[in-house]
Design a binder for this molecule. Structure first.
Ligand code: SF4
Length: 367
């Protein structure tokens, strides 16, 4: 079969078929090899659910596409990173450090611009340590993200100045592990644990604990967000875990959104002038950049969510142990975030832009 692509130059693309074609990285025999291995023959596993657990990000990858989850669990990692991810990680880290300093009493007022600048410098060092093989594109993303953070973060803390006086911070990047056991049809147990880090929790002068969850986004549609927030998996996982830790139903969720500026550096504009322009824009319309949504929480809703979560973890464990089917979700190859990051390796068996990472869950590392 040939498919003609009319743009840009009537390129002819040969669809991968016929005797020479390797259908992706995982053939039937490889699937069988994994099953054999889990039935007693020992192999050095990169991932083991009992040893490594499951995270929100793994479960949502599994929901996206089982093939994608397999690549991920074999350690395959795209060498390129997105601008959204770089900016999000930097902002999260600075927010975490500031909140931790408030909690420990080291910081009692809105941090100065110089204070944030020093944190940005520390975050840059951490990023380089964690990304020793970053290429030109990644370094460009880093440079722009640091610049955006310098323009946004001082204003952000000024805008939410009451965080420093009215909220009592309890958990900042609190790590959790919740055990799960599932039985397959033959009666065998499959064990794992749900793990992750909560952005933060706090109490106001009155009432129970609140979950604090931060997101960075370039687009914010408040109406759509308000509709889907009660069903958001990550927030619900954290609410459920917070209920276990505090032995009390949380009073609510404070969903904290920081908008990623869409401004571009002009031709001949110096970095300093660009940073100033971002800061001015944020200062002129802070309510456009910083949005918070409060959601009250009902005990029965957390109960209902936990039932669904148990089913999802059960599906994952049965799939991983070879007790349920494996298939590709080709509806996800192109999705609202763009292309699936595994398109190259999955559809063309091209490993050039991937490497095998050493740790299973990079999101749980220091960075
Ligand atoms: S390219 Fe498509 S089929 Fe392959 S892993 Fe990604 S979503 Fe799944």
């Amino acid at each position: 079969m040939t498919i003609k692509i009319r743009k840009p130059k009537n390129k002819v693309y040969k669809a991968p078929t016929g005797p020479g074609y390797k259908p992706g990285v995982f053939s039937r025999s490889e699937t069988q090899a994994y099953r054999d291995a889990t039935e007693g023959k020992s192999i050095d596993k990169f991932y083991d659910p009992q040893r490594d657990g499951v995270t929100f990000s793994l479960l949502s990858t599994f929901l996206d596409c089982r093939e994608k989850a397999r690549f991920y669990l074999q350690g395959w990692t795209p060498t390129s990173s997105s601008m959204a991810l770089t900016f999000g990680s930097i902002v999260h880290k600075i927010d975490e450090w500031v909140r931790d300093s408030i909690r420990s009493g080291k910081l009692k007022e809105v941090p100065s611009k110089q204070y944030i600048k020093d944190l940005i410098h520390d975050v840059e060092k951490l990023w380089h340590k964690d990304n020793p093989r970053a290429g030109k594109r990644e370094l460009e993303h880093l440079e722009l993200s640091l610049l955006l953070a310098e323009g946004v973060m001082p204003r952000y803390f000024q805008y939410w100045y009451k965080d420093f006086s009215d909220l009592r911070w309890e958990k900042v990047e609190g790590v959790f592990k919740v055990p799960y056991t599932v039985k397959d049809r033959k009666g065998n147990n499959h064990e794992t644990f749900l793990r992750g880090k909560i952005d933060g929790s706090f109490r106001m002068k009155k009432g129970g604990p609140w979950l604090f969850e931060t997101k960075t986004k370039s687009r914010i549609d408040e109406e759509i967000l308000a509709d889907i927030l009660p069903f958001e998996m990550q927030a619900n996982i954290y609410l459920s875990v917070l209920r276990r830790i505090d032995k009390k139903t949380p009073s609510g969720l404070l969903y904290n959104i920081i908008r990623r500026p869409g401004l571009r550096q002009r031709k001949n504009e110096s970095i300093k002038a660009f940073a100033n322009r971002i800061e001015e824009d944020v200062g002129e319309r802070p309510d456009w950049y910083f949005v918070r949504m409060e959601m009250s929480v009902d005990e029965a809703e957390i109960d209902r969510f936990e039932l669904g979560l148990e089913d999802l973890i059960s599906d994952f464990l049965l799939w991983w142990s070879g007790n349920s089917g494996h298939y590709k979700n080709t509806n996800h190859c192109q999705n609202k975030f763009g292309l699936c990051p595994f398109v190259g390796i999955c559809l063309r068996n091209d490993k050039a832009n991937y490497f095998k990472r050493k740790t299973v869950f990079r999101e749980l590392q220091e960075w």
